[in-house]
Design a protein around this ligand. Structure first.
Ligand code: SAM
Length: 291
């Protein structure tokens, strides 16, 4: 590592993650947040917003594949999809691999993150900017879902953590507004942090989901950058069958979509809903506190 430069991530009290930095590629402050992009020998290009890791070129495929393909293939007939946040456009890239999607709307609060990612993350997001189905709105996602007349089959909340501009995306009002703009049988997925370190984040979202949706649950993926074990992805829908689609049907849909993946398989999809006990307990706590 040149110069011994290190970036610290201090998302969790009592734990600090240090990323060695070969080169700083970009550093600036947008209207909404601090942005830094640097090169790490293991993770490749690392993007931090307000000192918190958002995406790396080495492991982005895990998070993006699991957050996009699981709800879209579980739904089976999604044509209108909404991404809230997702400024690096890796989620949009995975979602747009589905030929059945007619329009993919992404509502991102910070246009600077999109512009910047278009320039620096072309290795995974270039197809998005040539796809006529991609509809980018620069706005607060909470405001968009509260006001839009449009209806969606799948909503993915690819947010920052619940602080700064992302805090509103973890509130009951927001989840209620998403419910209002889901079509019948639609599904919401959310990034809900690493339960080993951020248990209350998952409990809080499940508590809110339970007041609004018939099925409030979570599924998991292990993403090296999101340090601390499994990451929880929140799952909220009125159709409880959606998380029980059998592997052979998922396989049929996966093959029909012509997907090529590196983490997602239909078997991994089904298994991701088998929660380790302490994560299942967090989900149950959220449900029982729903009041
Ligand atoms: N995968 C990442 C993670 O879990 O750490 C998240 C990546 S993505 C870059 C998060 C995006 O959410 C950022 O680009 C940020 O600007 C956006 N964002 C935060 N609050 C928002 C809001 N209220 N409305 C829309 N987008 C928001």
């Amino acid at each position: 590592m040149s110069g011994g430069l290190v970036f610290n991530e201090t998302l969790y009290p009592g734990v600090e993650v240090n990323y060695g930095c070969d080169t700083i590629l970009y550093q600036d402050r947008s209207e909404h947040q601090d942005l830094v992009l640097f090169e790490n020998p293991v993770f490749g290009k690392v993007l931090m917003l307000d000192g918190i890791t958002q995406v790396t070129t080495a492991d982005e495929f895990i998070y993006h594949e699991m957050m996009a393909h699981v709800p879209i293939l579980a739904h089976g007939a999604a044509s209108e999809v909404l991404i809230v946040g997702g400024g690096d456009c890796g989620m949009a890239e995975e979602a747009l691999k589905h030929p059945g999607i007619e329009r993919l709307t992404q509502v991102e609060i910070d246009g600077a993150v999109v512009d910047f990612s278009k320039e620096h993350f072309a290795e995974f997001n270039a197809p998005v900017f040539e796809d006529e189905r991609f509809d980018l709105v620069i706005a607060d996602g909470a405001r968009f879902v509260a006001e839009t007349d449009r209806r969606f089959d799948v909503v993915m909340v690819d947010s920052t953590d619940p602080m700064g501009p992302g805090a509103v995306l973890f509130t009951q009002e927001f989840y209620r507004a998403v419910h209002r703009c889901l079509k019948p049988g639609g599904v919401l997925v959310t990034q809900n942090g690493v339960p080993f370190l951020q248990r209350e984040e998952l409990v809080g979202s499940i508590r809110h989901f339970s007041k609004i949706y018939k099925d409030a649950y979570a599924y998991v993926a292990a993403i090296p950058t999101y340090f601390g074990g499994h990451m929880a992805l929140g799952w909220a829908t009125d159709n409880a069958d959606l998380r029980k689609v059998p592997v052979d049907e998922l396989t049929r849909r996966f093959e029909a979509a012509g997907l090529d993946t590196r983490y997602y398989t239909p078997e991994v999809h089904a298994a991701a809903f088998a929660l380790p006990r302490f994560i299942l307990d967090a989900v149950k706590d959220g449900r029982s506190n729903a009041g």
